[in-house]
Design a protein around this ligand. Structure first.
Ligand code: ATP
Ligand code: MG
Length: 334
């Protein structure tokens, strides 16, 4: 029997669903002779499975080069994955994006380089007016009031509308980027390192703001961060990436309290104090994505690797309680 979408026990369709998504970039072959055009495939995403439910907040965590921004570009429909399926409300993301302004209005982005994403020649008011006009959110006569409302929502004074980005601090610029993202009245906010590089108190203020926006407006949030403290403060769910694959996912508290993937455990151990720089780097070098280890990609750095880890490539599999792990010998908690 097919249930109508509003039936109480109909399965809830996720906002985003990634099924075995892969993203391979053709890059120059290392050491190729001058003038040779030889390329090799760099697997930036490999077998990524992810589902983002409406109204949840998801942190995407992992070391530099693990594929977080590549994953975000797929979610935003900026890049088509080279393999697998990437769906937005059940439809391929590329199709959803091409169908008109619905997707662009509904899914807003806060970029890592907030200052670089704002035109220095435009006032803050003009910057926020752009999406208001583009998506026809308010009639022209209501624009100034809506800009003041959005500035107030992100904790900026109304006269900030007259200023230029160069006259604002790093924290204020991030607030403007958030106000601009909210202008189209999106239901999904995607952010790449939106609070990194700020002092701790500015970071805390922005996290409080994002948390209240998420709660008050029922936003779905996908948030890239290096910082487990940021993930645990802001996000109900966490996805931990390693060399292009999600190796562990589940409710943030449960995963960080009792990680079952040795990589998640190592990340957790390297950050005993949230919101502080990592106490020590993870042991060993991260392998090149051009030369992935055989079997499990974490086996070369894994403190509990066994011989079969070098031959079997574990896929993300369900554990129950909303958790999943890609490991042949997951950590069992005492
Ligand atoms: N357009 C591209 N062409 C070739 N390689 C790319 C491209 N974009 C990303 N990569 C490679 O894909 C891998 C994942 O990169 P990505 O930027 O997604 O990592 P990240 O997790 O966001 O890292 P960071 O924390 O440093 O931002 C890296 O090895 C990167 O060099
Ligand atoms: Mg990145």
């Amino acid at each position: 029997m097919t249930l109508p979408p509003h039936a109480p026990d109909a399965p809830v369709q996720p906002i985003f669903e990634l099924i075995e998504v892969e993203q391979v970039f053709e890059v120059p072959k290392p050491g190729r002779p001058l003038f040779s055009r030889e390329t090799v495939g760099l697997r930036a995403l490999d077998g990524v499975r992810l589902s983002i439910r409406k109204g949840t907040s998801l942190a995407i965590v992992g070391e530099s080069g693990s594929g977080k921004s590549t994953l975000l570009r797929v979610l935003l429909g900026l890049d088509k994955p080279s393999g697998g399926r990437a769906l937005y409300r059940g439809k391929p993301i590329g199709e959803a994006r091409a169908r008109g302004t619905g997707f662009a209005r509904d899914v807003a982005m806060v970029y890592q380089d907030a200052r670089g994403s704002l035109d220095p020649r435009m006032t803050i008011g003009a910057i926020i007016a752009e999406p208001l006009r583009h998506f026809n959110i308010v009639p022209r006569e209501g624009e100034a009031a809506r800009i003041a409302q959005l500035l107030d929502r992100v904790g900026l004074p109304a006269d900030a509308a007259e200023r230029f980005p160069s006259g604002l601090s790093g924290g204020q610029v991030r607030r403007v980027a958030i106000a601009r993202a909210l202008a189209s009245e999106p239901s999904v906010l995607v952010a790449d390192e939106a609070v990194s590089g700020l002092d701790v108190s500015t970071q805390a203020q922005l996290l409080t703001l994002l948390q209240s926006l998420q709660r008050d407006m029922g936003l779905t949030l996908a948030f890239i961060t290096h910082d487990l403290g940021v993930a645990s403060y802001l996000c109900e769910e966490i996805a931990i990436m390693y060399l292009g694959r999600i190796v562990e996912t589940g409710p943030t508290d449960a995963v960080l309290k009792a990680p079952v993937h040795p990589y998640s455990a190592a990340l957790r151990a390297a950050a005993p104090q949230f919101f502080e720089p990592l106490s020590e780097p993870l042991p060993g070098e991260i392998p090149s994505p051009l030369d992935l280890p055989k079997g499990c990609r974490f086996s070369t750095r894994c403190p509990v690797a066994q011989s079969d880890c070098q031959s079997k490539d574990p896929q993300l599999g369900k554990l129950g309680s909303g958790r999943a792990v890609a490991c042949i010998h997951p950590i069992t908690q005492a």
